[in-house]
Design a protein around this ligand. Sequence first.
Ligand code: SF4
Ligand code: SF4
Length: 472
Amino acid sequence: MSATPVQAPDTIAALAAPLARRVAATSSPRSPQAHLIDGAPDTQLLIVNGTRLFSLPPALAAEFEAVLAAGDENSLTRLIATSGLEAPAAIDDQPLQPMPAHALSLAIAQKCNLGCGYCYAQQGGFGGAAKSMTLDTARAAIDLLLREAEPGGRVNLAFLGGEPLVNRKVLQQATDYAADRAAQRGVGIGFSMTTNGTLLTADDAEFFERHGFAITVSLDGDAENHDRLRPFKNGRGSYARIVERVAPLLARQQKMQVSARVTVTPSNIELPETLDLFVDMGFHSVGFSPLLRASNNQSELDGAGLTEMLEGMIACGLSFEQHVLRGRRYPFLNMVNAMRELHRGTHRPYPCGAGAGYFGVSADGDLSACHRFVGDEAGQFGTLTTGIDREKQAAWLGARHVHQQSPCSQCWARYLCGGGCHHEVLARGRSACDYIRGWLHYTIQAHGRLAQFAPDWFAGAAPIASPAAPPA
Ligand code: SF4
Ligand code: SF4
């Protein structure tokens, strides 16, 4: 491993700005078949079919650049063939067949003690009355999850809300029940919870550690930013309380993993500072998500905000590269996940498992495509009593296939992106494509550099993603 000096933050910021501009200029779609990425350090060619990456010698890179610049798809097809890069289609138009659930999220409490304006769950109630899931409903959901699981297989059970700890007793009883039932059936089970962190106790730390939970705490930056975006219902800030309450969990991460998730709006876009703040606090990983759909239509990121976010993400990514080259752990979750997916050549016809093997369960026992579709007619799949509605599932999988999405079917990023979060797309359309492609373009560059200069990292030196966490 080369001993490359870590750049000072202001140096990284100075590198990130021009790099982000270049990435934005070179990541727009030119062909559904292929995409060129320079600066990696050689020019790389992404063959979209099968997500295959190749390092090109300069002369061949120039040939590909010429046909891509001309928009000549026939010549590109021939060049791919004559370069020996042709392969049978890895993904066809056939939708996934309806399958058993292997991950459920329980809206264990459709109520919350915070009053975040942007919340997709509308402060926990999903637009309806506040309610809590009963233990009987939670048990019925767990039975559904385990009924079809194969012995030796693995399932995931997530607790979300509202704020799940408002209904702590049922959460704990349901967890114990699921752990016992899974053990009886010889099925592995992972537990996760997304929490606002304000109700955590030292006893919770013991319970979550015992069950190996992946805990995600929603934190939107430093005290000033967080308190503005995530206040208590009475308007008081919640940051100091969360920092105090999460400390016992951060101190006990053996089987348990505690991560921070930052929702990025136009007013908390200082990503490198936020990343370092939470890494230094001892979170297992830190991830960022742009706010593309808010229930109050406010604080959503528009084009200019997403351009700014891309620059911040690239600055964080450059920091990550520097740390990896020094052999240091730097748990920037978006980057870790991107490196792993590129390395394994992930190609998928959907953005996530929603409505396929993953479902949300409302406090009343209704099944939905995922945790965000609770109470939303657009993504209902039956009830715990009637079971998963297989006709609706088949129709969903057919309609949501990335080949059926426009303009995704012509986009070079389609098998890495999958077409964008169904919930955001159905509500707002596709407003973040330039950001998505820019981030993918940069991460392919970074992957090329790290695969060449820090290959040990990809041998499993630093896996940090939480396997039990629900898709988000
Ligand atoms: S949603 Fe993803 S696949 Fe579809 S056009 Fe946008 S970036 Fe491309
Ligand atoms: S990406 Fe969107 S649709 Fe998929 S699980 Fe996450 S919130 Fe649901």
